[in-house]
Write a protein that binds this ligand. Structure first.
Ligand code: NAD
Length: 454
């Protein structure tokens, strides 16, 4: 722990030297990161395979590819993002010019989870570097192989006084959270998110919290059922359902429930077969495996249900006759179990969604444009898709983040840069003119002020 304390001190000193603020330095560091990812691509994929049995395709699609896309986007735009922005100046301040300057926070902490262990550590890192910060990272102890390769990349490419990785578990995390940071970026559960915010409050450190929760998927009777089934199955079963924005459960209009379930069965069979094969990701550990197997005992299994304790794999499982009161509907599932609950009236959907915490993601399947508009106006959620799942996260052109219990703050693309930058507003006044109106004594001036500022 003492070493960590010293390292933070070194990072603080390094930041004060000012080198990280230099634009060409930042671009260079992003290029270095990109080069390292190409160099270690195979090791990263092997680590992900060992940690969660991710196939190489999924690893490239949802982790490496996304990180490369974010780096390229940052390198291309960083110059523009960091330019001081000239804005209007109120006439009463004449003569003056107003600018907003982007400045890095300083030394920032990034805590990340195990489910997309590479991407969820690297994408915030890109934003932090682009903005000119020094960075301390603590990846998850539950994905130790990926944590190791992240540590190796960072150690090989960067001076630890600039970017460093702490490998460790809760104890290390708690130690880090006690220290003073200029910004904390946390991705993980809502439960730990509360602890992070509590720790940050002690030093009044600003935070981004990227959390989880239950993300609903609503299938209207006017949905294109076959396409909906295919896209839901894909989104739910990426990483065996261990995805923060996975559709947690389906609310389907009762008239289309049967064809939807049939289509989903068809696609599960087509994509994965009846039992799990070596390509299907495993559940992260025994504790979560047993939790999910216990949840499978609720309701009726209408597809899948197979699970293997030795490999910690659970086959894609569709569940019927689940009620809102069942434990399956009380906690984030975070696994390949998909409850399908029918509704008859729209008011049931409204009542259900509005009585629960605001979700991280929300999916609505319908061809009816009026209904699409109504859903967007009615419900509050982090982000989502109409007629698809997951994709809103896989783009550098939109901010990604939660609301309420699913998180606060946002990142990806330009918003990552903004998250790790403080906007410093500065007015630069001329001295050749100094209208005395604002100076005491005020005497008759209030009347004039009222006329000007109304
Ligand atoms: P977690 O909250 O258990 O762990 C996240 C990080 O916090 C890890 O680095 C861990 O070491 C640390 N940590 C754990 N317990 C701690 C404690 N008591 N004190 C201090 N630090 C602690 O989350 P997880 O199980 O790794 O990830 C799953 C959760 O993360 C799910 O809820 C999921 O929805 C959410 N998630 C959210 C996003 C998002 O972008 N919003 C992305 C992925 C996962």
């Amino acid at each position: 722990m003492q070493n960590m304390g010293l390292l933070i001190q070194r990072q603080r000193e390094y930041f004060q030297k000012g080198q990280t603020k230099d634009l060409s330095f930042r671009i260079q560091q992003l290029k270095v990161l990109k080069k390292a990812i190409f160099m270690y691509e195979e090791e990263i994929m092997k680590a992900l395979k060992k940690d969660v049995n991710k196939s190489f395709f999924e690893s490239y699609e949802t982790e490496i590819g996304m990180v490369l896309q974010e780096i390229n986007y940052a390198i291309k735009n960083i110059k523009n993002w960091s330019k001081p922005k000239k804005v209007k100046t109120p006439i009463v301040h004449f003569p003056a010019q107003s600018h907003i300057y982007q400045e890095p926070y300083g030394v920032v902490l990034i805590l990340s989870p195990w489910n997309y262990p590479f991407q969820l550590a690297m994408v915030p890192l890109i934003g932090a570097i682009a903005a000119g910060n020094c960075v301390m990272m603590k990846p998850s102890e539950l994905s130790p192989y990926t944590s190791k390769i992240i540590a190796k990349i960072v150690k090989t490419m960067y001076n630890p006084a600039y970017v460093a990785v702490v490998e460790g578990g809760i104890q290390e995390s708690q130690f880090l959270l006690k220290q003073k940071w200029d910004y904390i970026f946390f991705t993980g559960s809502t439960r730990v998110g509360r602890l992070v915010m509590e720790a940050a409050a002690k030093h009044l450190t600003p935070v981004t919290l990227e959390l989880g929760g239950k993300s609903p998927c609503i299938v209207d009777k006017e949905a294109c059922i076959d396409v909906a089934a295919k896209r839901i199955v894909w989104g739910k079963l990426l990483n065996a359902g261990q995805t923060c924005v996975a559709p947690d459960y389906i609310l389907v209009h009762h008239t289309v429930k049967k064809p939807l379930v049939e289509s989903m069965r068809k696609y599960i069979q087509q994509f994965y077969g009846t039992q799990v094969n070596d390509q299907f990701p495993r559940i992260i550990n025994q504790h979560h495996f047993e939790r999910l197997v216990a949840l499978m005992k609720e309701g009726t299994i209408v597809g899948g249900g197979y699970h293997c304790k030795n490999t910690l794999q659970i086959a894609p499982t569709l569940m019927d006759e689940v009620s809102f009161e069942d434990p399956l509907m009380q906690e984030e599932i975070f696994g390949p179990l998909l409850p399908v609950i029918e509704y008859k009236k729209w008011s049931e959907v409204v009542q259900h969604i509005e009585s629960r915490p605001k979700p991280l993601a929300f999916y609505f399947f319908s061809e009816n444009k009026k209904k699409q508009k109504r859903v967007l106006q009615q419900f509050s959620f982090g982000g989502g898709c109409i007629n698809d799942t997951i994709l809103h996260l896989a783009t550098p052109y939109m901010p990604f983040g939660g609301i309420g219990e699913s998180g606060m703050g946002r990142y990806h693309g330009k918003t990552s840069f903004e998250t790790f930058s403080h906007e410093k507003s500065v007015i630069n006044r001329g001295t050749w003119l100094d209208i005395p109106f604002r100076y005491p004594p005020y005497n008759y001036k209030l009347g004039i002020l009222r006329k000007v500022l109304r």
